[in-house]
Structures are given as structure tokens and as C-alpha cells.
Design a protein around this ligand. Sequence first.
Ligand code: FAD
Ligand code: DLZ
Ligand code: SF4
Length: 516
Amino acid sequence: MTSKGAGAHTLRLILGDQLNALHSWFARTDPDVVYVLMEVRQETDYVLHHAQKILAIFAAMRDFARHLRQAGHRVRYVAIDNPSNRQDITQNLTALMAHYGARELGYQQPDEWRVSQVLGAWRATQAFSVQQTDSEHFHTTRDEVATFFGPRKSWLMETFYRHMRRRHGVLMDASGEPMGGRWNFDHDNRKPWPGTPPLPPDVRPVHDHRALWETVQQAGVQSFGNPQADQFRWPLNRAQALAWLDHFIQHTLPNFGAYEDAMSAGNPRLFHSQLSFALNTKMLHPGELVRQAQAAYETGHAPLAAVEGFIRQILGWREYVRGVYWAHMPGYETRNALGHSRPLPAWFWTGQTRMRCMSDAIGNSLENAYAHHIQRLMVIGNFALLAGLDPAEVHRWYLGVYIDAFEWVELPNTVGMSQFADGGLLGTKPYVSSASYIDRMSDYCHACPYDKKQKTGERACPFNALYWDFFARHQSQLEDNRRLAMVYRRWQDLPEEAQAALREQAALTLTRLEGL
Ligand code: FAD
Ligand code: DLZ
Ligand code: SF4
């Protein structure tokens, strides 16, 4: 293949979540290949995004383009304020194919159904050759989870996870048994955090992205949340991501398991890795995290419960939810098995509610584009489900707010795991609780204006009555679920007046959602 001056035989598209320096595309340079990255309104505007998410994607894409150029590759970077930017992926591609006189277009399999459809439809109308290649990131193919479960009604993550452990030889002993004799060490985990051990320092470098933020704003991109443009800390390239991974393995992983489900006001990170942005943009390969975590156990640096708990998230949950997504798209985004339709209260966009757990978890999300798993599931998601908020609106909020939110991972977690809107495909029972769980796992309740113990009255914690009302409201759909037998027994054991008082309190709470 010969070079034709400014022309090129092949263009290769790199999407904003495909910043994978290890991809085989980049193994050699070719003057006839131009790599194309584009900042487009089509991708900034499909949902209202947190400012940090837009900044992080753009800054990381720009860094990746620099890295490719330094390695000798030809790169065409279409910035958001470029006058010839058509703000649309396929329109830009069509124009660039003509500009370079290119005869072949390559793209990596997109992770999002929407983008996959757009590129697939465009591909079918083009005269030149269009090649889709693997993104070389995941341990499984798109349809592997569906093939694994086949016609089974229940898709238990645990079954899939064990299969993955065996298949990849992760934490398995020489006789083919799980190390430590158990697959799951959750009983050793799930402790509240009493303030010790001390939290690891945040050593991520601070970036100043005021100029880029100015450009984004001038281009008219709408957003919400704190941009933190002058003290931005998300890893923006592979070197920074590797350094942060190393810091996590050294200083944080040993305590990851024990405090995995803990919550503490004003401490958004606790012992979580904050590696999801680097992973989901493919700066890191999940296998690197799994290998380093296993090595930390084998060298005696971290206990098995912590390492197994961490690996379960990566090799288990992350691959599993992706498979659920591809098995059920399109249509999964509109699932609403419980018929919930209330709009999100306005304080989802400000954090200004008196409920301390909610204001801390939503406040973190708006401030840092991050909240850890239990805040997402057992505080914000728990409240949304109890209050009967519209799952499609909840989904759009989660997709917009989190730095790591890409639909293939966000949607099954939100619509399935958190809102039970898929009717129980992903979760075997709804993840809901009253104040007692939140109080056990956090330091929120003692300083909350609401009383965690009261179920009715002005100061009663809203979670308490809403919890019982949720089960009463959905009794016909949920009472046959064996995992809920105890809940329904407790509900039926309550005197009629107590049931009526709880339902009345819940009804009042639901009329006052905005003022909670
Ligand atoms: P850690 O707690 O350190 O976990 C390590 C890694 O495990 C994470 O980086 C992530 O890659 C993986 N992981 C952990 N839990 C899950 C899970 N349930 N599904 C998939 N991967 C998991 N994760 C996203 O990456 N993007 C999302 O948009 C997203 N939306 C969520 C929405 C809801 C309602 C819920 C309940 C969970 C969601 N999660 C999502 C899963 C999880 O909360 C985040 O992966 C995690 O909080 C990211 O922070 P971390 O890197 O510090 O994770
Ligand atoms: C999230 C995001 C944003 C905000 N902007 C862009 C962009 O301008 N250009 C781009 O290529 N990708 C962006 N992304 C990430 C995409 O939404 C992501 O690549 C697709 O959803 C495919 O998973
Ligand atoms: Fe949240 Fe209720 Fe506890 Fe207040 S009392 S922090 S609202 S669970």
C-alpha cells in the first residue's frame, strides 16, 4: 500500500470510549492509514451530561491523539469548535472519506447499541469497504452471556462468575477448586467503616482544564454538575491510569473487601478503586486489574476476601451486565415492570434535600461525577425504587451524571439491578431497604433531621414507611418470590391499624417528595 501525499487508503474511527493503546491496530504504523477521532454534539447531547464527563472524554481523546502522533501514526482530530465539524459521526466520516480519497473505513465494535445501529445503517449504504473489528477489551463477546445461559429463565451472575473463574484460571488451586475453598467471601466483607483504618491519600495528578472547558462552553454544549476545570483528577491516559492502578493495589485493595459496602458522609471514595473511567474508556484492560489483584493475594499483600471481592466485580459483574445489555437491546431501556411513573424530584439536580444519606450521595455525584456502588444502589436507587420514580428518567440521570456511565454498563445496573424494572431478570429481588440498613452501613443517620427509628410522624425517616408501602403496593407481583417470603410474613403480622398508618404516611410522603 503506497502513500498518496495528503490522501489515504484507509480511515479508522476511534470513539471516545475506545482509547485502547494496546489494540492491534497500533502495532505498526502505516502512512496509508489515518486515525479519526471526533468531538461531536451527537455524542455530547444524547443525554444531559455531567460537565466532568464531557471534559474527561475530550481531554482523554486529545491525549490519545497526541500519543498516536508521537508513535508515528497519522491522526485527524475533529475538535468540537472546528468549523468543518458536522457534529455527527457518519456525516463527518462521509466528508473525511471524500477528503482523503479513502477506499476503506475501519471501526471497532461500539459498546453502545445506539452507536452500533448508526454505524451499521451507514455502512450498508456505502460503496467503499467498511470493516468492523473487535475492540479487544472484554473477556467475553457480546453474545457470550446469552449463549451461556441459553433458555434458562434465571440468569444468576454467580453461575456465570464461577464459569469465568474456571475458564480463565483465576483464583483457582491446582486441583481445580476455588482458592480458600470458597467462591465467595462476602461474609468476611460488608463492614461499616468506623473511621479507621485511615483512608489512602488521593495521589492522582491535578489537571487544569480551564481552556478546554471554555471551548466546550463556547461550543454551546449543555451540562450540569461541577466541572472542577482547574482541579480535575481523573486519569486521562494509560500512564496515569497504570499509576493509579498501582496505587490502588498497594494502598487500597487490602481494605477493599471489608469496607466495600460502607458509607461515610463526606468520604466519597473510601476504599474503592475509582478505576471505572479508565476501564470503560479502555485505557486499561480488565485482565490487568485481575492479574495484579491476584498477584497481591499470592504475595501475601492483600487478603483473599478483598481480592476475591474485587475480581468478582471485574470478571463477574462487569462482563455479565454487558452480556445482559446485548441480549436485551433494544427495548431494555423502556422496561418498567412495576409501572413506576413519578418524575425525579428537582433535588436530584441540586442535592438539596434534608435526607442526609441522599444529600451526601447526590451531592458527591454532582461534585465529583462519582458515587460508589452502595451509594448508587442502596441510597439513591433504593429511594428511587421505593418512591416509584420513572425508571427511564432514573436511567437518564445515571447515564448523565457518572464519569464511568456508558449505556452498556449503566442500563442493566440501573433498570435491572437497581430499579427491578426488568421484572427480576438481573436481580433475584428488589434492592430496597428501610433506614436500618443505611444506618448499619453508614454514619448518616445520627446527624439526619429525620429519625431513623420513627415510621410515622413529621420526623419519621421517609425510607421506613415507603419501604412497607412498596411491598404492599406490589404485593400481587412480588409475594410469590421466595426471597421475599419473610418480608411478606412480617407485613402480614402487623396489625391492620399499623399497616394503615404506614400506608397513610407513605402516601403523604409521596405527595411531598419535592420538600423532603
Ligand atoms: P470499585 O468499587 O472499585 O469496583 C471495581 C470495578 O468493578 C469498577 O471500576 C467497575 O469496573 C467494576 N464494577 C463494580 N461493580 C460493578 C457492576 N455492578 N457492574 C459493572 N461493573 C462493576 N458502573 C460503571 O462502570 N458505569 C456505570 O454507569 C454504572 N452505573 C451504575 C448504576 C447503578 C444504579 C448501580 C447500582 C451501579 C452502577 N455501576 C456502574 C456499577 C458500580 O457502581 C461502578 O462500577 C463503581 O461504583 C465504579 O467505581 P469504582 O471504580 O470505584 O468501583
Ligand atoms: C460520552 C462521550 C461524549 C460526551 N462525547 C463524545 C464525543 O464527542 N466523541 C466520541 O467519539 N465519543 C464521545 N463520548 C463517548 C461515546 O458516547 C461512546 O463512544 C459511545 O457511546 C459508544 O459507546
Ligand atoms: Fe437517610 Fe433516613 Fe438515615 Fe436520614 S434517617 S440518613 S433519611 S436513612
